[in-house]
Design a protein around this ligand. Structure first.
Ligand code: NAP
Ligand code: MG
Length: 481
């Protein structure tokens, strides 16, 4: 049964949103040279939150020059011990301002406050603390006795975890002595701009972090700027491929974190209730806007009916609605474009003959929403089994033997993550050896930790973020004799 809850909205007044934001270049907020702007919207209400400057090629050039100056004169030569002090200060400010950051993230992105408050923002602080700890110990990280920074890093991130993706990019870059120019996604610029304020509050030297708001064209101008030394991109495989083509023949270093179509594999000896919770967390967390989401459930045939029934029962109790309400499990879809992508792929699933079930819930009148949805009767040829939906939609497939599970799990152009649910430790190890995925969770899903490297195989990209492995993306590793 579903219990009725009284609404428990988090206060919106803990954060003050300016009506206009400039670009953050060389430690101050400035207008774009063309004067052009765009608006950012709360996807749960369609209300305009703020007007934001749109950076063009000239602004990119200014930011890259500021980052270069800061790199050569201040941040590059600074001792790791001193860099660490700034990073610790930033981490503590993020903790102090966590409520503000969580509310702002929820307003701009549409994700439930429970997730921004309990997952996104604590992980953001953890990433800065973890990398602050590395800043003066890089000579012991396995990259030679005195590894050097690369220089100026151009970083482009998506809208699904706006502040967390910023932290994954900025914290290791700064710890290793690089300076950055970062472009947040067009639909979610606000927490990056609040982070810029935090950099000011921490007295971070001007030019070490620069934030350029804008859309795809701003991202393109940034990665194509000749003054940068490294590109770190998180986003779609399509844009990742185009960046790789545009960097060919240059000596810019590149890491790509792209899409996924992960298998969450449930064996007949798995504890059913725990597995169902893991499957729900795997695909409905953050409305399924998660590159490593467990979007394909592979369930052993003998327990398939039982699992699907338990899953539908559980999904019927999820609460969809106001993202600022602390009871909410499923928030808004981030944009009208993303909602139409989800709707188109769901229609293809129906047209190709899979059976659709959506949780019975009332969708609010304003904003962009999609109910938690499960497809059964899915075959490997269906688009919903092959393409990333990036929404709250699960495709259920079955298998009979571990070999068949491995073959189906690996039958995808992607390779970002996978989940295994079984009581047998030996089976977990056997499966993990054979699955072609960068992260494999056993009897859990969607767990993140700054000490653990994250990244893909195949069309999910290359390079790792987090852990000792992630430092390598921001260091030159020639061993000095
Ligand atoms: P996207 O279109 O690739 O956008 C990602 C970022 O790149 C945005 O900031 C975007 O600007 C910018 N961009 C667009 N075109 C560009 C270009 N030609 N050159 C440089 N930058 C450009 O991806 P999305 O649809 O927003 O995000 C969802 C995708 O990201 C999914 O496929 C998901 O799997 C993937 N993702 C992967 C990870 C991971 O860690 N592997 C994490 C999160 C998301 P706009 O502001 O205009 O969009
Ligand atoms: Mg927005």
């Amino acid at each position: 049964m579903t219990f009725e809850y009284a609404p428990a909205p988090e206060s919106r007044s803990v954060v003050s949103i300016a009506s206009r934001y400039g670009l953050f270049i060389d430690g101050t907020f400035v207008d774009s040279s063309s004067g052009s702007t765009f608006t950012t919207i709360n996807p749960a209400t369609e209300e305009v939150l703020a007007e934001v400057a749109e950076a063009g090629t000239d602004d990119v050039e200014r930011a890259v020059q500021a980052a270069r100056r800061a790199y050569t004169e201040v941040w590059g030569p600074m001792s790791g011990r001193d860099r660490a002090k700034y990073l610790f200060r930033i981490a503590r400010l993020i903790q102090e301002r966590s409520r503000e950051l969580a509310v702002l993230e929820t307003l701009d992105n549409g994700k439930p406050i429970r997730e921004s408050r309990d997952v996104d923002v604590p992980l953001v602080a953890a990433h800065f603390f973890y990398h602050a700890g590395w800043a003066d110990k890089l000579g012991h990280a396995g990259y030679g006795p005195a590894p050097k920074p690369i220089g100026v890093a151009a970083q482009v991130i998506p809208w699904n975890f706006p502040l967390l993706m910023l932290a994954w990019k900025v914290a290791p870059a700064l710890a290793c002595g690089n300076t950055v120019v970062l472009k947040p996604a067009e639909t979610t610029p606000l927490t990056a701009l609040l982070f810029a304020e935090i950099c000011q509050q921490a007295d971070l030297p001007p030019g070490v972090v620069n934030i350029l708001t804008g859309a795809g064209e701003t991202g393109r101008a940034l990665v194509e700027n000749p003054g940068i030394d490294k590109v770190a991109f998180t986003g779609s495989t399509e844009v990742g491929k185009s960046i790789m083509r545009s960097l060919a023949g240059t000596d810019k270093r590149l890491t790509l974190e792209l899409g996924g179509k992960a298998a969450n594999i449930v064996f007949d000896d798995a504890p059913v209730d725990e597995a169902v919770e893991g499957v729900v967390n795997g695909i409905y967390f953050n409305q399924g806007h998660v590159c490593c989401a467990g979007s394909r459930l592979l369930v052993q045939e003998s327990i398939a009916d039982e699992i699907v029934e338990a899953l539908k029962r559980r999904l019927s109790t999820l609460r969809l609605g106001d993202p600022l309400d602390k009871n909410t499990d499923i928030g808004a879809i981030n944009s009208a474009e993303q909602l139409s992508r989800i709707t188109a792929l769901v229609s293809s699933g129906e047209a190709e003959g899979a059976e659709r079930w959506s949780a019975p819930c009332t969708l609010p009148d304003r904003g962009w929403w999609f109910p938690p949805t499960v497809f059964t009767g899915v075959t490997q040829a269906h688009r919903i089994a092959r393409e990333e939906i990036f929404g709250p939609v699960l495709s259920v497939l079955t298998f009979r033997t571990p070999d068949e599970a491995v073959e189906k799990a690996n039958n995808t152009p992607y390779g970002l993550s996978a989940g295994i649910w079984t009581e047998k430790g030996s089976r977990i190890l056997w499966m993990a050896e054979r699955l072609r995925a960068g992260v494999i969770w056993a009897n859990t899903f969607n767990r993140f930790d700054p000490t653990s490297p994250f990244g893909g195989y195949k069309e999910s990209g290359f390079g790792r973020e987090g852990g000792i492995q992630g430092l390598g993306a921001y260091l030159t590793t020639e061993v000095t004799r």
